[in-house]
Design a protein around this ligand. Structure first.
Ligand code: FAD
Length: 291
């Protein structure tokens, strides 16, 4: 059994925020695919839990009257991947989530947990960055909106404060309409493996010219990142061997890969340059289809 010291089943968003604020050590549990693994591993930082699984409104996925797409923080990976709104307007999210773990993890893990645990390898992070997610957060001061840009502050760290509960991801129309995108996860195994490098790209085309490129990586720096220098290098260009090379050179200003047991710094840099070209090309090719 899990060594849980204290457990509170939240009856509302407000109740969850109060329970978190009232207990210095309390942590939210959503799908539990990180929390229970850490608890099982003897990490007592996770033995006082506030369970949000009763907050069914946080499972909603919808488009509101202004065309904003809202994805509840408690929706599981499978629920998000299979939702018509996501498949039609944000297919790169479904593509990214399909790379996570295996069916059991996808049936219980949430995108809220994937972003809030601050993991530098989170497979939903690139899609969140290239579609400029807004995060609707309930805290002790009420509701506020934070951008995904700057949300991660270091490995396993985010801007979330004590008492904060992420409620929804919001994607504004200008951040998905007219874009096509693609995601590629390089990992040692084809499934049940954490990314060595993840790369996501979104493009808005004007004929053969890339009007806008949004390029993001995981495990290419201490946090998931957008690559502004590489994006600038490709704007208003057509795809040629030369322009892709110039983009890959500019990319070296954006990234800060490191050595780890999964890969050396040099191999990661090689992957980063190669995937940036491959995924940008795929995002452009996807413009041709329904993506
Ligand atoms: C076998 C296995 C394979 C995996 N493979 C992958 C993989 O390939 N790629 C990948 O990216 N991840 C992978 N993971 C990690 C994990 O599945 C994800 O990180 C998942 O998204 C965590 O979501 P959860 O709902 O289970 O979170 P939980 O474990 O419930 O919570 C995770 C963290 O987020 C916080 N949190 C959760 N919801 C909220 C909220 N709404 N507001 C504020 N804070 C919140 C919790 O307090 C906790 O700190 C794997 C895990 C396992 C066990």
């Amino acid at each position: 059994m899990f060594p849980i010291e204290k457990y509170h089943f939240a009856s509302s968003v407000g109740d969850a925020v109060q329970a978190l604020a009232a207990d210095e050590k309390a942590k939210i549990i959503a799908g539990g695919t990180d929390v229970l693994v850490r608890l099982h591993g003897g990490n007592s930082d996770y033995d006082r839990l506030v369970d949000i699984n009763g907050l069914s409104e946080l499972k909603e996925i919808k488009i509101d009257g202004e065309g904003n797409i809202l994805i509840g923080s408690l929706a599981t990976f499978t629920e998000i991947m299979e939702h018509e709104v996501v498949k039609k307007h944000l297919p790169v999210i479904a593509e990214s989530l399909a790379t996570i773990g295996g069916p059991q993890v996808r049936n219980s893990g949430t995108m809220g947990g994937n972003i809030c645990n601050g993991a530098v390898s989170a497979d939903s992070a690139c899609a969140a960055l290239i579609h400029e997610f807004d995060l609707l957060i309930e805290g002790l001061e009420g509701e506020r909106t934070e951008s995904i840009n700057g949300f991660h502050t270091g490995p396993g760290r985010t801007i979330l404060q004590k008492g904060d509960l992420l409620k929804y991801f919001c994607v504004r129309p200008e951040n998905y309409k007219g874009f096509s995108a693609s995601y590629y996860k390089y990992a040692m195994r084809g499934a049940m493996d954490i990314a060595t490098i993840g790369c996501g790209a979104a493009v808005k085309m004007n004929g053969d010219v890339i009007e806008t490129l949004k390029l993001a990586f995981t495990v290419a720096a201490p946090t998931p990142i957008r690559c502004k220098n590489a994006e600038k290098a490709m704007e208003n260009k057509t795809i040629t061997e030369e322009t892709l090379q110039t983009m890959a050179d500019a990319l070296e200003e954006d990234v800060k890969p490191r050595d780890s047991w999964r890969a050396s710094k040099d191999f990661r840099l090689h992957l980063i340059r190669t995937l940036a070209k491959k995924v940008t090309q795929q995002a452009v090719d996807n413009q041709g289809g329904t993506h």
